[in-house]
Design a protein around this ligand. Structure first.
Ligand SMILES: NC(=O)c1ccc[n+]([C@@H]2O[C@H](COP(=O)([O-])OP(=O)(O)OC[C@H]3O[C@@H](n4cnc5c(N)ncnc54)[C@H](O)[C@@H]3O)[C@@H](O)[C@H]2O)c1
Length: 259
């Protein structure tokens, strides 16, 4: 029987593929047959991921570097799928922030935070368009966040330093809207654009047990997610299994945003 989730013969670009969630996404993309290109700040190969995977050193805050990354994949047979997973500027994965108070966000910090969320996603989409057109279409998947849908409850973060900064939610809300805008704009070119909105996926081993319990209590399922639980929606959106989906946002949050 044909596997509708198969990525065999497809060149897939995954940005930030060496991070906490990215390395698990990479494993599943490879398992489903992708010819994978990981765009990462350091192109250090992941120990158990070496077959069918190419590591491209690329600083995604630099538009020229993004262009040259796409050109490299294009020369290897064209771009079929782009997963915009990388984010910078604070807020992903419960990382400690040096600035968490809204009033401490000067113009420069605000702009940097937006550049690292919706900005990097926009730049990658914009630069990919000519390559997708050349290939007669393709698929884009953007990784957003629950904090692009709801505000953080500041009372649970206290002085943990893991507070979600104002730029993160604003930027990720932008990623969800940018997904819909791009889907509408690029449909004529046979380019589908969807997003995944993860809920809490902290590194359990690096999270204070008391704080972890609070996070768990905020989801309907009473726990945080494990990175493997993003694989199903990711494979769906990357493959022909979602051929009639565009402009959609799949929420994978254990119910955090639904009550
Ligand atoms: N972990 C969570 O709980 C969670 C929840 C919601 C959404 N997300 C989103 O999921 C995505 C992945 O999160 P994560 O937890 O794996 O974060 P992470 O910080 O572990 O990984 C992000 C990766 O992006 C890379 N990156 C950042 N800036 C870059 C740049 N300028 N050039 C090249 N690479 C760059 C980093 O090197 C890193 O490998 C992010 O978009 C994040 O906002 C995560």
């Amino acid at each position: 029987m044909q596997n509708i989730f198969s990525l065999h013969g497809k060149n897939v670009i995954l940005t930030g593929g060496c991070g906490n969630l990215g390395r698990v996404m990479a494993k599943y993309l490879l398992d489903y047959g992708a010819n994978l290109f990981i765009a990462a700040r350091t192109a250090t190969p992941i120990a158990d991921l070496t077959r069918n995977v190419h590591y491209l050193k690329c600083d995604l805050s630099d538009t020229d570097a993004i262009r040259s990354m796409f050109a490299t994949v294009d020369a290897a047979g064209g771009i079929d799928v782009l997963i915009n997973n990388a984010a910078y500027g604070g807020g992903a994965g419960g990382k400690k922030m040096t600035k968490t108070r809204m009033e401490d966000f000067d113009d420069e910090t605000w702009e940097y935070g937006l550049a690292g969320t919706v900005g990097v996603t926009f730049r990658c989409i914009r630069e990919s368009i000519p390559f997708f057109k050349k290939n007669n279409g393709g698929v884009i998947v953007n990784i957003a966040s629950m904090y692009g849908m709801v505000a953080p409850d500041h009372s649970i973060y206290g002085d943990t330093g893991a507070n979600s900064p104002v730029t993160y939610g604003a930027g990720k809300a932008g990623v969800i809207q940018l997904t819909k805008y791009s889907a509408s704009y690029l449909a004529k070119d046979n380019i589908r654009v969807n997003s995944i909105t993860p809920g809490p996926f902290p590194k359990v081993s690096a999270t204070d047990p008391d704080f972890l319990k609070i996070l768990q209590g905020k989801t309907m399922l009473g726990r945080t997610g494990s990175p493997e639980e993003l694989a199903g929606p990711l494979l769906l959106l990357c493959s022909d299994a979602s051929s009639f989906m565009t402009g959609a946002n799949i929420v994978v949050d254990g119910g955090w945003t639904a009550w």
